[in-house]
Design a protein around this ligand. Structure first.
Ligand code: WT7
Length: 634
């Protein structure tokens, strides 16, 4: 058991050690893994280009560190407990041995379908054990998986397929989501009309939704594994070979394919899982994320399985068939660690405590949050009504790019403070800088959050766009990784994340690029121009507020707004639909044509004055007009 911290003094000691000698610190953790060959160097890095390598020249396979490593001791231990959308359908438990066999079998099926090391495989699937099996099977044979959240549109899916030139897509006939059944295979079919690289589509039967199977291209999952051996020798991977690509939104239109590599990601995911959640061997751990987001990668699948944990996977939504569903599952499966998003907490808190009352929740030991700042009210509701005042809340700050949690309490060990991610984990060196890049030292400071030393699970590049990786993360402040978040370090030295300082909005814990949403809105033929900003939303954290200049000659405002929302859902997916749309006569622009979002953000928040200096605007009157009609936003 590697370096589990048990006391506050232990944390302080480990932290100091990790800063004084990061290589010794990470070496000691890495030593506990199974390596086909050990590394020559622990880390080689520079943040200018950037070039980051961990555990250089080591050889490994991440799945050997889940299966071969645990089969002697944990073969009958539940690896995954799957809870279906419909509570009357039985749940499924896969032991480490069963998961191993299914992974090997599907790995062989992928090979039979022409997938080899380095090939890109898109996973567009519901939250079923096969989604985890698909990830692990890719990792087993060295194929690079790229999961696309199954709520994304055909257009978003084809963009991602094309960007990484994927040859195989794994999907299902349909997905159960609450009361709805989503015909995902049909979405894949539509996406594949605008791609040319996909040779095979493997379709899991889940909902029995009728589908069209294209001969030669599409095969059923059950046929693909029929009579296929469950024995497979893991591919030898270099520490810096790609493990997966995960697309995330940025401040420009096109999503970025964040690249994570094998060894560093493995070591970091495991270490943070163990320490943040203080997982003990008999515990049942549940993270409610979707595998389509980084949280699902690191803290449903890789982190817990690398730690030999029992991880719960839930197919459905928090409120179906009733708003006590999460609490019902916690009691039913005796969940010990529960990890969810502030937006889910707020949505459930809105039903009051009646839906919570029927449940004991006495198995819970640790609560976690992720994805966005948690407001104090939601924090207290979670703490009092779910944790019954007994369970520490770990507010975990991290990003798709960081691969693993960087700033967070260690449950029950380091202090918590409502709305604070608190302290950096060992191995993480945050630094706060002002807009000119000067370090803000000491406590009681506020500025841009950067990290000054590499950590093993950091992104290595943006797939096919290394220059963009340099520009986005390593050029704003020289020699530092820039997170895009604003942060405060309070008088006690605790970190509080203040939210994004770039053109990214955080909607229900999901990252949305304003430019991406604007591009989608502008696809509507009656929209001339648009600008999107975030505004405070009681449940989503931030909502999407769109200002649009439109041709209103032949449509009612109401119909046009409806059509705009349909357009956005079609181009990106329903999660990107604007909450509020305001039709405006113009947008506040500087003389050089740049939209002054600062002003729009204030209007969206309901401010009527204090817009600062507007004299540099091309047409200062437009601001007055927008304020006057702000009440028409809907
Ligand atoms: C952005 C990253 C990391 C998994 C889910 C989101 C925000 C994340 C917190 C937190 C305040 C948080 C940041 C970050 N964020 N966790 N505990 N407190 N803000 O991953 O889509 O890559 O988004 O989410 O703004 O930059 P993501």
């Amino acid at each position: 058991m590697a370096r589990k911290i048990h006391t506050l003094a232990g944390y302080i000691y480990e932290y100091q050690r990790s800063v004084l000698d990061p290589e010794a610190f990470w070496t000691q953790i890495a030593e506990t893994f199974y390596w086909q060959k050990k590394w020559d160097k622990v880390v080689e890095w520079e943040f200018d280009t950037p070039s980051i390598k961990w555990f250089t020249n080591a050889k490994l396979n991440i799945t050997e560190n889940i299966f071969e490593r645990y089969l002697h001791t944990k073969k009958d231990k539940p690896a995954i407990i799957w809870e279906p959308n419909d509570p009357s359908e039985p749940n499924i438990t896969l032991t480490y041995r069963e998961l191993y066999e299914k992974t090997c079998q599907f790995a062989n099926a992928l090979k039979n379908n022409g997938v080899g090391k380095g090939d890109r495989v898109i996973i567009y699937m519901p939250m079923v054990p096969e989604a985890a099996i698909a990830m692990l099977a890719c990792a087993r044979i060295g194929a690079i998986h790229s999961i696309v959240f199954a709520g994304f549109s055909a257009n978003s899916l084809s963009d991602r397929i094309n960007d990484c030139t994927a040859t195989v897509v794994l999907t299902s006939d349909g997905n159960f989501r609450g009361a709805k059944t989503i015909p995902v295979k049909a979405v894949v079919d539509e996406a594949l009309e605008s791609t040319s690289t996909v040779e095979k589509v493997i379709v899991l039967e889940r909902t029995k939704t009728p589908v069209t199977m294209k001969p030669g291209r599409d095969i059923w999952w059950h046929d693909a594994i029929d009579d296929v051996s469950a024995e497979n020798v893991a591919e030898t991977m270099d520490s810096e070979d790609m493990l997966f690509i995960l697309y995330t939104s940025g401040s420009t239109g096109k999503p970025k394919g964040i690249v994570h590599t094998c060894a560093g990601y493995m070591v970091n995911c495991y270490y943070t899982f163990k320490n943040v959640f203080q997982y003990n061997d008999e515990d049942v751990y549940w993270c409610t994320a979707d595998v389509g987001w980084i949280t699902g990668h690191s803290y449903i699948v890789y982190g817990p399985l690398l730690a030999g944990a029992t991880t719960v996977m839930y197919e459905g939504v928090p409120t179906h068939p009733h708003p006590g569903r999460f609490w019902e599952i916690i009691d039913k499966l005796k969940v010990n660690q529960f990890y969810t998003a502030p937006t889910a907490i707020r949505a459930l808190a809105a039903y009051g405590i009646d839906p919570v009352l029927p449940y004991k929740l006495d198995s819970l030991k640790v609560l976690g949050t992720v994805g966005e700042p948690i407001n104090e009210e939601a924090w207290h509701w979670y703490h009092d009504h779910i944790g019954k005042g007994r369970c520490p809340i770990v507010d975990t700050w991290w990003q798709t790019e960081t691969g693993a949690i960087l700033i967070s309490p260690l449950a029950g060990i380091t202090p918590t403070k409502p709305a604070y991610a608190t302290l950096p984990l060992p191995g993480v060196q945050p630094i706060i800088v002002d807009n000119e890049g000067n370090e803000l030292k000491g406590n009681s400071v506020e500025g841009n959050l950067c990290i000054k030393y590499p950590w093993p699970s950091m992104l290595r590049t943006i797939y096919g766009e290394h220059e963009r990786c340099q520009q986005t993360y390593f050029s704003t402040f020289k020699g530092l990784y820039f997170t895009g978040d604003g942060v405060k370090r309070d008088e006690d030295g605790y970190y509080r994340i203040l939210g994004r300082v770039d053109d990214v909005i955080n909607v229900s814990g999901h990252r949305m690029g304003t430019a991406e949403v604007e591009n989608a809105i502008n696809e509507h033929p009656k929209v001339m121009e648009s600008a999107v900003v975030g505004y405070p939303h009681p449940i989503k954290g931030q909502g999407i507020y769109a200002f649009a200049i439109c041709d209103m000659s032949d449509r009612s405002e109401e119909n046009l707004k409806k059509e705009i929302r349909v357009t956005v859902a079609r181009i990106i997916g329903p999660i990107a639909k604007p909450d509020l749309i305001q039709i405006v006569p113009g947008l506040p622009k500087t003389r050089s044509g740049k939209i002054m979002r600062r002003i729009l953000r204030k209007i969206a928040t309901g401010e009527k004055d204090n817009f600062g200096d507007t004299s540099t605007l091309l047409d200062p009157d437009v601001v007055t007009k927008i304020i006057e009609s702000a009440g028409t936003a809907s």
